[in-house]
Design a protein around this ligand. Structure first.
Ligand code: ADP
Ligand code: MG
Length: 729
């Protein structure tokens, strides 16, 4: 057993250094060469086809079949010139990752042989077998068939000789079976609602889009060592492993110089990203050893999310070239930091104004405050929904574990904006204001510094923080698709903006001036949403108490948190914004419950297997060595001498025996608990049973295994230890 472990280590140490595939050109010279972007469309499409696609991108207008045919011809010409042989509809099913089924461009030629062909029909719509993708019952209710349909707003790209066409994935009867469909609908809802509210301030605003800038954290592990850890291979995290004597306590990894091997990986990765038009900008070491981050320049939300999913895939592929494996799991190692994916989010108008940037004058600042306050209220009213959108089996290890915000939603605003809201709260706006009061309020509003980006104290402990010109949703997990968080947030904000608009309009209808009506409603919203504002330390115990006093919810159980999706309020919210019907919502929530159950089930199986087949035999072997040792001591020494010499050894044998017995008993109990849970049919009850009766064993059993790791002969231990896994140079 030990031999396997040392082979893995030896392989790591004996490898030749990799030479970086450095690009000779400037990034701007080869940026997006593998993307069918506007310049390429212009070159390869007729004028009318180019206009049709541009309109589809800018105004979501449909493209007819004739135009689609023209676009398909242009796309094929570009793709084949760039040595693409296949095409695929690329989509985001309700799994962890994307889906693709490749077809070659070939068709029979007229005089034998084959020719390359592609058509508008194949570009616009395809019918992959939907039956093996999770749908949460939607499939049973309707037909198994599913369709993928071209999302013209996200450009096609080439990866490894395959033309990838971003698509939505829907059932035969039109229900969303993916993440992209509801995301596009939520973005449309927020566009409509925000544009309507902007009409109070600027009639030139005809469209508002959401921006997303994600920050992706990840771990890199050497391939050979990874392969020697079945738990990493099968569950993405270590189910056992004693902490390394040194890990992150000296803060010597965060932002330190990037290890050479990793640096080569990052360069290679960045080049691949640039070719695909993914504007990655930031790279650095994160807090935990072997933990890193990559972040792009923000983009329109749907495109940014496609880029995140695509990059996560590319990161894994490039890692293989460098003998690395990428871990996206939110908590791959106990006792050191896990990984998140901060979602930086803002709204921007077609006139180029970021609605979360304070302006130069009272009018633009009133617009800014309108959007900030409505966002606050949306987060306050939808705490449970937002939590449900980010909490899952993996992320629950990280949230509230002194490294990530707790399972309480709160919003950090910073002192500048907080003071402004306090002023507005105190202002007398409930009755008709005197001209002096109005002037005073406007003066105050005019005092928000235009740039507060640098003087918002960066509070890193808040799950939802205002950072000067955007909100940063920090509770999102590193392995997640950004869509669920973005769907929940954009939908909640859209609904709140709609409510705001109708309340203000009602007041205006009574003869009160627009600005005063806005002040009145904002004041009401500021008071109502006050409990969600918290600028202090979100990791502290005091906050947990204080939040409870404020009536904020605190839920760490995944099944309990998911229940938020099934409340009447949330069903109404999604239906009112045409984002998800009740059926769609129930379907995808069922998928989440099932995912939770299956993840715990897999972890339990892997741990049981490793405990019984790897750990217990190793411990028994070492125990036998000790027993033999005791026997020989007895033979060699006198009775008195023996008693003195063997005392420590006997204790050790007893201790090892204790751990072995405990592990065996607990694994048996865990298997029995699984058997009971497995016969439960209702997915919600099943997930709850796994949470309450199976999951606790994972930690209990692990505790004893980790004790054995410290006791048993290092030579015998069958798995690479944390200190071996975690220090790439
Ligand atoms: P930090 O770690 O300090 O929060 P980073 O530079 O790592 O900052 O990441 C910040 C992310 O926020 C980047 O992806 C950046 O493009 C994005 N971002 C900046 N401004 C906006 C904005 N107005 N809307 C959305 N995202 C933004
Ligand atoms: Mg950040």
């Amino acid at each position: 057993m030990a031999e396997f472990r040392f082979k893995a280590l030896q392989e790591v140490l004996s490898r030749q250094p990799l030479v970086v595939r450095r690009e000779d050109n400037l990034t701007s010279d080869f940026y997006a060469i593998n993307v069918f972007d506007r310049p390429k469309m212009k070159k390869y499409l007729s004028k009318e086809a180019f206009k049709a696609v541009s309109d589809a991108i800018d105004h979501s207008s449909p493209i007819d079949r004739k135009m689609a045919d023209q676009v398909a011809q242009g796309m094929k010409a570009w793709a084949t010139e760039n040595r693409a042989t296949h095409y695929t509809h690329w989509f985001h099913p309700l799994t962890d990752g994307t889906a693709e089924k490749h077809d070659a461009f070939i068709t029979h030629g007229e005089s034998g042989g084959v020719v390359e062909a592609f058509s508008g029909k194949l570009l616009a719509q395809q019918e992959p077998d939907a039956s093996s993708f999770p749908s949460g019952g939607i499939r049973q209710t309707f037909e198994a068939r599913g369709y993928t349909a071209w999302d013209a707003s996200s450009p096609a790209f080439i990866v490894d000789g395959t033309l990838c066409i971003p698509t939505v994935f829907i059932s035969y009867t039109g229900e969303a079976l993916d993440y992209k469909t509801p995301l596009l609908r939520a973005l449309q809802a927020v566009d409509k609602a925000a544009t309507a509210v902007c009409s109070y301030f600027d009639k030139n605003v005809t469209k508002v889009h959401a921006n997303l800038g994600w920050e992706q954290e990840y771990f890199l592990i050497d391939d050979a060592l990874y392969m020697a850890r079945p738990d990493l291979v099968l569950t993405g995290r270590t189910l056992m492993g004693h902490a390394s004597a040194k890990d992150q306590q000296l803060d010597d990894h965060y932002f330190s110089s990037i290890p050479t091997r990793v640096y080569r990986y990052m360069e290679d990765l960045e080049n691949e990203a640039y070719k695909l038009g993914i504007p990655v900008k930031t790279r650095h070491n994160e807090v935990a050893p072997n933990q890193f981050e990559v972040a792009p320049i923000y983009e329109e939300c749907n495109l940014a999310n496609d880029h995140n999913q695509l990059l996560m895939d590319i990161m894994k592929k490039v890692a293989r070239r460098h003998n690395f494996q990428v871990l996206y799991h939110e908590k791959p190692f106990a006792a050191i930091n896990g990984s998140g994916k901060h979602n930086n989010w803002s709204l921007e108008t077609n006139t180029g104004v970021n609605l979360y940037s304070p302006g130069k004058n009272p009018k633009s600042n009133l617009q800014f405050l309108t959007f900030v306050v409505n966002t606050l209220k949306a987060v306050y009213d939808n705490q449970d929904l937002l939590r449900a959108s980010i909490l899952n089996a993996n992320n629950s290890h990280r949230l509230g574990a002194n490294e990530a915000p707790p399972s309480i939603l709160s919003v950090f605003l910073g002192s500048e904006v907080s003071q402004m809201l306090d002023l507005m709260e105190e202002a007398v706006v409930d009755r008709k204001m005197t001209p002096d009061e109005k002037t005073a309020l406007k003066l105050n509003i005019g005092r928000i510094p235009e740039i507060i980006l640098d003087n918002t104290d960066r509070n890193r402990t808040s799950p939802f923080a205002f950072t000067g010109n955007r909100f940063e949703f920090r509770a999102v997990g590193s392995s997640a698709n950004c869509a669920p968080a973005m769907i929940a947030l954009n939908t909640a904000v859209a609904a709140q903006l709609n409510r705001f608009k109708s309340e203000v309009d009602e007041i205006i209808a009574t003869g009160i001036k627009k600005d005063e009506a806005i002040f009145q409603v904002l004041k009401k919203l500021i008071i109502e949403s006050k409990p969600i504002r918290f600028d202090g330390n979100g990791y502290s115990d005091e906050w947990v108490e204080e939040a409870a006093k404020r009536g904020l919810t605190n839920v760490n159980s995944v099944p309990d948190s998911l229940a938020a999706y099934l409340t009447d309020d949330v069903k109404k919210l999604f239906a009112s914004q045409d984002v998800l019907s009740e059926k769609e919502l129930e379907g995808r929530t069922e998928v989440e419950y099932e995912k939770y159950t299956m993840k715990i089930q897999i972890e339990a199986r892997v741990l049981g297997d490793l405990a019984i087949n790897h750990i217990v035999p190793t411990a028994v072997q070492y125990q036998t060595t000790l027993l033999n040792n005791v026997r020989y001591l007895k033979e060699v020494f006198s009775e008195a001498e023996f008693e003195e010499l063997a005392v420590g050894r006997k204790e050790l044998i007893k201790e090892i025996s204790g751990h072995i017995s405990f592990i065996k008993i607990k694994v048996k109990e865990m298997v029995d608990a699984r058997k009971v849970a497995n016969v439960i049919e209702d997915p919600v009850e099943k997930a709850k049973a796994y949470e309450k009766t199976v999951r606790p064993y994972l930690d209990e059993i692990r505790y004893h295994i980790d004790k054995l790791e410290l006791t048993v002969d290092n030579e015998l231990w069958p798995l690479p230890k944390y200190r071996e896994l975690l220090f790439v140079k």
